[in-house]
Design a protein. Structure first.
Length: 268
């Protein structure tokens, strides 16, 4: 609004009425996010005050934000913007034969009862469209349901996208796309706690007084063994490798360490 009325508002003192109470503290707020700082820089060109007004008496408020029937019409309009064009639908059809996941369904649809083929497109039993492995089509859908919908997070984008479409690793692709969104990275602050400082282990004063152990399991069997135990001295980096089993118990490990390490170097 300010950009459209820039000539009329410049040099004029005016009052902004809002039913959003926190806005009245906009100019006195001490800690601002990067996005708020950019807006503050733009709004500093105008001379205005913000006054809080109750929603019930705010009769000049924009109608679509208050009337339920208007919201329904807006939602219906938003849904139509996600309709696929004929070019995209044709690209999805052509991608099915080259997709390893959908190729068996195309060849023998009778063996896949949860799928149906209509007009060359594969649908799930709940009428969701299966999108083949077409990078441009999937990126276009991700852009529609993320960039064009206020840059929502993983949960909301997945709920919006999965209600109409499906492909393998859909949630993984959504997380990867949102993580790479530059606008989200610039405007959304991190909600994670600050990482703590590293606490390295103290350096041993004597050799063979401090050891570390690790297991490597699920190896191909050799003479009946399928795992190895790796023991290393932290000061000299001396390594001892012993064969063992994946099913070995804690007592078996105690006997193994005693027979192989302790009898040579003593108790650590």
């Amino acid at each position: 609004m300010y950009e459209a009325l820039y000539p009329q508002l410049t040099g004029t003192h005016f009052t902004v009425l809002s039913d959003h109470a926190p806005l009245q503290y906009w100019k006195t707020q001490r800690d601002l996010s990067k996005r708020q700082i950019r807006w503050l820089d733009f709004l500093s060109n105008f001379d205005f005050d913000i006054k809080y007004i109750l929603r019930i008496i705010n009769r000049a408020v924009d109608a679509p934000s208050c009337y339920p029937h208007a919201q329904v019409e807006l939602n219906a309009l938003a849904i139509t913007t996600h309709e696929l064009s004929d070019e995209v639908i044709e690209e999805i059809r052509k991608s099915y034969p080259d997709d390893s996941f959908f190729k068996p369904i195309i060849k023998d649809p009778e063996h896949y009862q949860h799928f149906s083929i209509r007009e060359g497109l594969i649908y799930l039993c709940d009428s969701r469209l299966y999108v083949a492995n077409s990078k441009s089509t999937r990126e276009m859908l991700l852009r529609q349901h993320h960039d064009n919908e206020n840059h929502f997070g993983n949960v909301k984008v997945y709920g919006s996208l999965s209600s109409k479409y499906f492909w393998p690793d859909l949630s993984k692709d959504i997380r990867k796309y949102i993580t790479s969104c530059m606008q989200c990275r610039r405007n959304k602050p991190s909600n994670q706690s600050p990482a703590g400082l590293l606490h390295p282990l103290p350096i041993p004063e004597e050799r063979f007084s401090d050891i570390v152990m690790d297991f490597v399991s699920s190896l191909p069997k050799s003479n009946g063994f399928d795992s190895i135990l790796v023991i290393m001295d932290r000061l000299t980096n001396y390594v001892l490798i012993e064969l063992t089993y994946k099913t070995a118990t804690a007592l078996d490990m105690v006997h193994l360490v005693y027979r192989t390490w302790c009898w040579r170097f003593g108790l650590p």
